[in-house]
Design a protein around this ligand. Structure first.
Ligand code: NAD
Length: 499
């Protein structure tokens, strides 16, 4: 599909006084505006409290100034923002919102195009979608699109219910389910690294790759999200969406074209090939952890069970490590290890592709073998690629020594790459759904994850808390790899900046 490069639309943000709108959406929209990427547009902020347009515009201006770089045109930008105080269950409020939308459409010449961005708690998604249809807001002459935040359901069953509700008002290709990892520069780069280089794709299989490790570690604890997190845990919050999405991009077959449908259908095939882990096997393939107290930046931090809104006897995991097997020709026998957690030693998202050892090590010394080749994709905070090779140690002799070829994205461009939200907002405005999750991916990833949560929820983990804040997770996560003859590549030693 050809995408409009300078889209025109009315953008309605539900939850416009919330944290996400304030930290991400307003600054991202401003960046698009400042770069000249928007044609005609207006924004309606929708939330519960009562605010005037002027008060709302001031908040938007403050948000852009605080989280981005506001320039002289900021006043013109915020003049396009309107506010509607709203009760999500009240039809008359939707009818008034519809009237405002029509007025703005006429005033700004927005061609009847509407984006409904739901930056609100997920329990409202279904109600809002149903009202949008019933109260006539989706009856437009242009395009209508629903952009929806995670979590998409709590398990497969609830995700199906939610999907059914939103499908009453929007077709699948009008639904843009956000997984903000898919907006990250280096996650999008996985495809380019794989499919635009002659040297990787021939090696990208079980003949040459021994294992793949995907780590996404946070230093923050649960903060003020205890109420939500208690019901979610790391498996639902991180694995079902972000971690599995990264695995699908690493494992998928080359699409026949770079179109949304072709890429998504290759990703779906990966999810279909994921070996289901059920019952007792869960403990062989997956490890759960919960942080205890510890020290971060020389400050003592509390255990998860001591956090606000958390049960003092909580069984919720704040860390997950797992071994995924993709049972197809390309990947048979290659473990994909994933690990994610809160209160870990460093904030880092990295992918390590470890290649198999050479067939005969000519450089063998009893105390030293040749290091395996690694391709490291640094997703955040630093962005780049490092290729670990072996070369001759300079000077006498023929000893091999590890060397690193390094590409640091930010260092080269000299510019900050656009935020994930900026890219995803732009894609939703242009009608490019490639970097959003299709329902088939959501359903398959929930069915994979549900098998694991079923076991974990029904067995209390006696060892909790089982890792110290500021560590790399429980010992069992190391054992998961040791039993296969591998180990986690330490995330700090393979930093792009250390090279
Ligand atoms: P928030 O609690 O800060 O904001 C919620 C917003 O919803 C507020 O504007 C509030 O006025 C509005 N609201 C609540 N009840 C309402 C009602 N009955 N009628 C009308 N408006 C009502 O939440 P948030 O952190 O901005 O998160 C919003 C969504 O985005 C959630 O689904 C969350 O999981 C998701 N999300 C947030 C972040 C983030 O960084 N904050 C990141 C990823 C996903």
């Amino acid at each position: 599909m050809a995408h409009t490069e300078k889209p025109t639309a009315l953008i309605m943000i539900f939850g416009a006084t919330g944290d996400l709108a304030n930290r991400k959406l307003f600054p991202s929209l401003y960046n698009l505006y400042a770069k000249g990427k928007l044609d005609k547009f207006a924004v309606v902020g929708v939330a519960r409290r009562s605010l005037t347009n002027e008060e709302f515009q001031l908040r938007v201006k403050e948000s852009v100034t605080e989280h981005g770089e506001a320039e002289a045109n900021i006043d013109e930008f915020v003049s396009k923002f309107y506010y509607h105080s709203h009760d999500v269950t009240d039809s008359s409020s939707y009818i008034a919102l519809g009237k405002l939308a029509e007025d703005l459409d006429g005033h700004y010449g927005l061609d009847g195009n509407r984006i409904f961005y739901l930056a609100m708690a997920p329990e409202f998604f279904g109600t809002i979608a149903e009202h949008l249809k019933k109260d006539n807001l989706t009856n437009v002459s242009g395009f209508k699109r629903l952009v929806i935040e995670k979590p998409f359901g709590h398990d497969l069953e609830s995700a199906k219910v939610l999907n059914k509700q939103i499908r009453t008002a929007f077709s699948e290709d009008e639904i843009y389910r956000i997984d903000h990892y898919l907006g990250k520069e280096m996650v999008q780069n996985i495809e380019v690294i794989r499919f635009a280089n002659a040297m990787f794709e021939p090696l990208w299989n079980n003949r040459y790759i021994s294992n793949i490790q995907v780590t996404s570690s946070e230093t923050l604890g649960v903060e003020e999200r205890g109420r939500y997190y208690e019901k979610s845990g790391a498996l639902r919050d991180m694995v079902q969406n972000h971690m599995l999405q990264m695995v699908s991009l690493l494992a998928m077959e080359p699409p026949i074209k770079l179109t949304t449908d072709e890429i998504r259908s290759e990703k779906v095939r990966v999810f279909r090939a994921l070996r289901p882990i059920t019952g007792e096997a869960v403990n062989d393939y997956f490890v759960r952890g919960q942080y205890g107290k510890g020290s971060m930046n020389e400050k003592v931090v509390p255990a998860y069970r001591q956090e606000e809104m958390v049960d003092p006897d909580s069984n919720t995991e704040t860390f997950v490590a797992g071994k995924l097997m993709i049972d197809n020709f390309r990947w048979a026998g290659v473990p994909f290890y994933i690990r994610t957690g809160k209160r870990m030693k460093a904030k880092s998202t990295k992918i390590v592709i470890q290649f198999k050892d050479i067939p005969m090590d000519l450089y063998y010394k009893p105390e030293k073998t040749v290091n395996p080749n690694l391709l490291v994709i640094h997703i955040q905070p630093e962005e780049g690629i490092t290729l670990h090779l072996n070369a001759k140690k300079s000077g006498q002799g023929t000893d091999a020594t590890p060397v690193k070829l390094n590409y640091a994205n930010k260092g080269i461009d000299g510019l900050n790459t656009p935020e994930a939200y900026e890219k995803l907002l732009y894609d939703s405005l242009r009608g490019d759904a490639t970097n959003f999750t299709h329902w088939d991916e959501v359903a398959l990833s929930w069915s994979f994850v549900d098998n694991i949560s079923e076991v974990w929820e029904n067995t209390k983990e006696p060892s909790f808390p089982n890792y110290e804040s500021g560590s790399m997770g429980p010992d069992a996560a190391d054992k998961l790899l040791e039993k296969d003859g591998f180990f986690w590549w330490p995330i700090t030693e393979i930093d792009v900046e250390n090279c």
